[in-house]
Design a protein around this ligand. Structure first.
Ligand SMILES: *Cc1c(COP(=O)(O)O)cnc(C)c1O
Length: 390
């Protein structure tokens, strides 16, 4: 598909390869294997002398369509879709790292990602140093001759800290390492890490890419030699594969990605401003607010503040839980990136397994609440929160 097309056009049309039936909508290819005209063709396919589909663990037309569309939106040369966001990160690590390698990761990343790098990969001889996403000097100080990968999320969850992608990409490249960015919170509709110098983009498609809370999926994107040369062979052999059904759901989700992200961000910005004026609220964390400590950086690398708003309620856990329990419409769940707004108390849920000291050091207080702002009417979202804040 022509690379001259704008984002909105690519979101709707990239990756379409019509079958002999001329279908208008993207087809869902629910087949585990593919057939050949002859023994010679089968041999040619298996040896990769002839391009074509073989087996849906590693090649499926619906999954290919998603991969091409998402690559076009991220401005990446290649994409490999995976069964979940976590399997995207695992696939990336297993493809690019070996025993003895060193990783530097932001300490403000998804809890399971911390477990993966700090626990599971450590058993295989990959050592990870965790640093603050905003402290470039700490990343630089953590570099060793064995450092192969820098890994971050921006904005971070739940405090919406912003990591400087361009600065960290430069740092990584000077050290001969790769920078991977988990772009789950912004999606390519609001932030394109590859344009800023990142080598790899990770997605949990479970969140905004599907956007409607229906499926689990993920993706790894980057340059063709890295993705097709290293990531694809791991997927082909190890099989953390996205199903064709889930690929189709995400593919259709991408068609409305930009309009949804703009609507999420508009609702979130209005909610953040409103929360700043509530006397029961001590502090609001939202990159779109001028009061955010990295507002300028956020506005340089993102096209808006995104859909996640966090805030400290005066009165600690008791007061925060009262706000949660007073809601009648918001969903009490830790998921995000859904049309439905969700509310979470991080200290007792997503961050409940880490020690109270570590939580305090990370700035996750007992009064902190996170709202993943959905697409309901903003008046209804405010009214639902106002009850508990009064
Ligand atoms: C949810 C999430 C993941 C993990 O994705 P799954 O699809 O649940 O495996 C990774 N990173 C971020 C930032 C997430 O929010």
């Amino acid at each position: 598909m022509s690379e001259d097309f704008q984002f909105e056009t690519l979101a709707v049309r990239a990756g379409i390869h019509r079958s002999q039936f001329g279908e208008h909508g993207e087809a869902m290819f629910l087949t585990s294997s593919f057939v050949y005209d002859s023994a010679a063709q089968a041999a040619a396919r298996f040896s990769e002398r002839e391009a074509g589909y073989i087996y849906s663990r590693f090649t499926n037309p619906t999954v290919t369509a998603l991969q091409e569309r998402l690559a076009a939106l991220e401005g990446a040369q290649a994409c490999i879709a995976t069964a979940s966001g976590m399997s995207a990160i695992l696939t990336c690590a297993m493809s690019l790292l070996q025993s003895g390698d060193h990783v530097i990761a932001s300490h403000s990343i998804f809890g399971s990602t911390v477990q993966l790098f700090g626990g599971i990969l450590k058993r295989f001889g990959v050592v990870t140093t965790f640093v603050s996403p905003t402290d470039i000097a700490a990343w630089e100080a953590a570099l060793t001759p064995q450092t192969k990968l820098l890994f971050l999320e921006t904005p971070s969850n739940p405090l919406t800290e912003i990591a400087d992608i361009a600065a960290l990409a430069q740092l990584a490249h000077r050290a001969g390492a790769l920078l991977a960015v988990d772009n789950c919170f912004c999606t390519p509709a609001l932030q394109r890490p590859i344009e800023l110098g990142a080598d790899i983009v990770i997605h949990s498609a479970t969140k905004y890419l599907d956007g409607q809370g229906r499926i689990i999926g993920g993706a790894v994107l980057g340059q063709r030699d890295v993705v097709m040369g290293s990531v694809y062979p791991f997927l082909r052999t190890a099989g953390p594969t996205l199903s064709a059904f889930n690929a189709w759901v995400i593919l259709k989700g991408l068609e409305t990605l930009r309009v949804r992200m703009q609507a999420h961000a508009a609702n979130a910005a209005e909610l953040a401003h409103w929360l700043e004026n509530q006397s029961a609220v001590e502090r609001v964390y939202y990159p779109g607010l001028a009061s955010h400590p990295q507002h300028d950086l956020a506005m340089r690398q993102q096209s808006s503040g995104g859909g996640i708003v966090s805030f400290d309620v005066r009165g600690g856990r008791e007061a925060a839980w009262r706000v949660v329990d007073a809601t009648r419409m918001l969903s009490i769940t830790a998921n995000l990136g859904d049309t439905k707004s969700t509310i979470t108390h991080p200290a007792s849920t997503t961050h409940g397994r880490i020690s109270a000291q570590a939580r305090a050091a990370a700035g996750i207080g007992e009064g902190l609440l996170r709202v993943a702002v959905g697409l309901e009417a903003i008046e209804d979202i405010k009214a639902d929160l106002a009850r508990g804040l009064r």
